[in-house]
Design a protein around this ligand. Structure first.
Ligand code: NIG
Ligand code: FE
Length: 395
């Protein structure tokens, strides 16, 4: 089954480190891959035609950081925060209680609802973390359900130490690196750790990441969210694909990230960059200062944007909202923000087949209700995703 997407006013290809904008273009997809990209006048025939009437076409968003495997919500906690309470991460345990109590069907319904919500807003690749089960069975089932919806699954047994292990965090680290990792492993591609005061310290985080690496998982880190700390340097030291949040950085953190950045997008297996994934939805929802994206970009760090969708610190599923925040609040240009939400996310997941529109890449495209990618930040809060093609299929 082939589709000719034609009459494209502005095409964002991400064929290099920039957006790679082109005008009057067409794209042909063949099954789940992009088969041809070129001037509209020279496009080959296809089984069906999608005439986008001068609209902008982009790669589908790659949301490389989301905590969707949960039950319940924490709207009251949000209201208390907006009335002046600080965010500490302590509410994670509330969601752990709700998630453990949920049936498989309820958990599946919630994850599916959120993935559907994301898809409508242009996200065609999403990473899903566990981290609200925090025991062997509930972590494994969170990942089993997540794996039904994405191949980008992340074991986050090291989210916080659950209440029943509060007196002995190292014993909990033993559980995470032993039976929990073994049960999670069949369903997980990545392992993540919340390396932060009040969660896991540097030694505990290193132990957890090393165990995941030995089990064949790729590494991701939550670091430097609530204050300065060792997360970023640990992520770089261990070759993590991404360190996420990056809100409180010192010069050594920025230098360490910049030293890993590469100038090209390489095929899977050839990556050594540690991406800085920024999650402005979290700063919005916790009313905190935003990360300094400008400083990272000017230092040459590879930056991704993601939603961090979770019921506590960032209950948004919208990549366009994150792009608008990044431009307004983090001094990113619209082009940098759109790149970070597509190609940047692909780098953070070490994927060469998503986040760009080139021959051989996945046929994941979004058509905007606008003539240019600029409108994503220029028209915040407006539903600008007109159509989504996922794996070559119009959604
Ligand atoms: O990435 N920082 C740790 N985890 C989540 C928040 C989880 C929650 O509050 O439920 C985050 O912001
Ligand atoms: Fe997170």
């Amino acid at each position: 089954m082939s589709v000719l997407v034609t009459n494209i006013g502005e095409l964002v290809t991400n064929s290099d480190r920039r957006l790679g904008l082109a005008r009057d273009m067409a794209v042909v997809t063949e099954n789940d891959r992009i088969a041809w990209v070129g001037p509209a006048g020279r496009a080959p025939a296809a089984d069906s035609v999608l005439d986008v009437d001068g609209a902008a076409v982009l790669p589908g968003f790659v949301d490389s950081h989301a905590h969707l495997a949960f039950a319940g919500d924490r709207a009251a906690e949000f209201a208390a925060r907006m009335a002046g309470e600080p965010y500490t991460g302590g509410g994670i345990r509330t969601t752990v209680g709700a998630t453990r109590a949920a049936s498989d069907a309820d958990l599946r319904r919630n994850v599916t609802r959120l993935v559907t919500e994301m898809r409508r807003q242009g996200t065609t690749t999403v990473e899903i973390k566990s981290g609200y089960g925090l025991n062997v069975d509930d972590e494994a089932r969170s990942l089993r359900i997540a794996a039904e919806l994405t191949s980008e699954t992340t074991f986050l047994g090291a989210h916080v130490v659950p209440a029943e292990h509060a007196g002995d965090p190292w014993k909990y680290v033993g559980l995470v690196t032993g039976p929990m990792l073994a049960a999670a492993r069949p369903y997980a591609r990545w392992i993540d750790v919340f390396c932060e005061r009040g969660a896991f310290d540097e030694d505990q985080s290193r132990t957890i990441l090393a165990a995941g690496q030995a089990a064949g998982l790729g590494l991701r880190v939550h670091g430097n969210q609530l204050g300065p700390g060792p997360g970023v340097r640990l992520a770089v030291e261990m070759g993590a694909a991404s360190v996420d949040h990056c809100t409180h950085l010192d010069d050594a953190d920025v230098d360490a990230l910049a030293s890993t950045a590469m100038d090209c997008m390489c095929a899977e297996g050839g990556h050594s960059t540690t991406v800085a994934t920024l999650l402005p939805g979290a700063e919005f929802s916790t009313r905190s200062p935003y990360p300094d994206a400008r400083r990272l970009l000017d230092a040459g760090v590879t930056v991704a944007l993601a939603t961090d969708c979770n019921p506590g610190s960032s209950y948004t599923s919208s990549m366009p909202f994150c792009i608008a925040l990044a431009v307004r609040e983090m001094r990113m240009t619209p082009a940098e923000a759109v790149w970070a939400a597509t190609a940047g996310g692909a780098h953070a997941l070490r994927r060469g087949d998503v986040g760009r529109i080139t021959v051989g890449a996945r046929a994941d495209l979004i058509v905007l209700d606008a003539p240019s990618h600029l409108h994503l930040a220029y028209r915040p809060g407006v539903p600008l995703i007109r159509s989504v093609l996922h794996n070559g299929v119009l959604q």
